[in-house]
Design a protein around this ligand. Sequence first.
Ligand code: 13P
Ligand code: SF4
Length: 374
Amino acid sequence: MNTEERRVQILNILQKETEPVAARKLAEQFGVSRQVIVQDMAVIRVKAPEIISTTRGYMLQKTGRKEGNMTIAEIQQEILRMKKEQDVCILAHAYQGQEILEVADYMGDSYGLSVQASKSSCSGVIMCGVRFMAETCKILSPDKKVWLANPAAGCPMAEQLDIDSLRALKAQYPDHTVVAYINTTSELKTECDVCVTSSSAVQICSRLDNDKILFIPDPNLGRYVAKQLPEKTFAFYKGGCPRHIVVSEKDVEKARAAHPEALLLVHPECRQEVVEKADYVGSTTGIMNFAKKSDKEEFIIGTENSIVEHLQFECPDKKFYPLAVQLTCMNMKITTLMDVYNCLKGRGGEEIKLPQNVMDGAGRCIRRMVELGG
Ligand code: 13P
Ligand code: SF4
């Protein structure tokens, strides 16, 4: 059976089923991997947008996935109505699911979200992403009410270095400028000179007067930046994103062998051995823009796998393959459409409140990023 025939059969199955069908079950039935089914679904859903993805699998919306007694489309309509009524804007990181992106006012990478947060004229903001993103938003917009849609959404990398360990590290490098990846807690940022995102790191580090930089906590992003700036000396901390670092050179070889025509696009949080083999290295938005503008047709995506799905939606005539199945960030995936709905209903989410010394100290570090990154 070829790809087209399999996709027609999957659509037939979903039209008959009244219960959600899991990707894993379809994978077993057709003798392909789960990732192949995820890609099939991305293509099928372009033509059949009434198919929704639920936590239990894919199903046709008309068969009625209900949250209480509402369908996904009804929940989305309610969210759109409530956010307008309450003057709230919804910011979503690019790793969020499609259902959330459809109700968001803005979708982007960490840098884009920070800038957008300060530009928005709404009186409230709901952040669909992880905690440090909501905190950054609050610091840049102290007069707005800012909610993290799901309070359990943290970034493990942001928690890797506590303030005492940072102080000890700084003592080892007293003449270095401390550059913090934005994936850090606000408390930690109070002890840093400037923060950076994956899309602004090279520019910001190049604009620093000091040629000695202590880069925390991600040594992979740090080494990528250091390579672009040979005139500067870098010291690193041994942190890193637990998702991106699991991908190895072997995964690259496997993906390249399976898709010899595809370009490899990776996030700089990947290990150096992976980054060195990439055709393009950039932030989540950078990767999406590159793939959309490129006249090539096939791409291996070396960042969180939701980017594969979003790109497949936006560019149905191109093909996107995940570099590895492990590239799924459960922290980013924990936020659901119902969290956004409950947040607007006033019965969910967490309003971000930070002590004044953290607002001031982290604010100095974040505002310097916006100044130098613009
Ligand atoms: P971006 O700045 O590329 O959005 O990255 C954020 C992140 O957490 C990547 O894992
Ligand atoms: Fe944090 Fe990594 Fe998840 Fe990004 S992908 S939010 S760095 S754990």
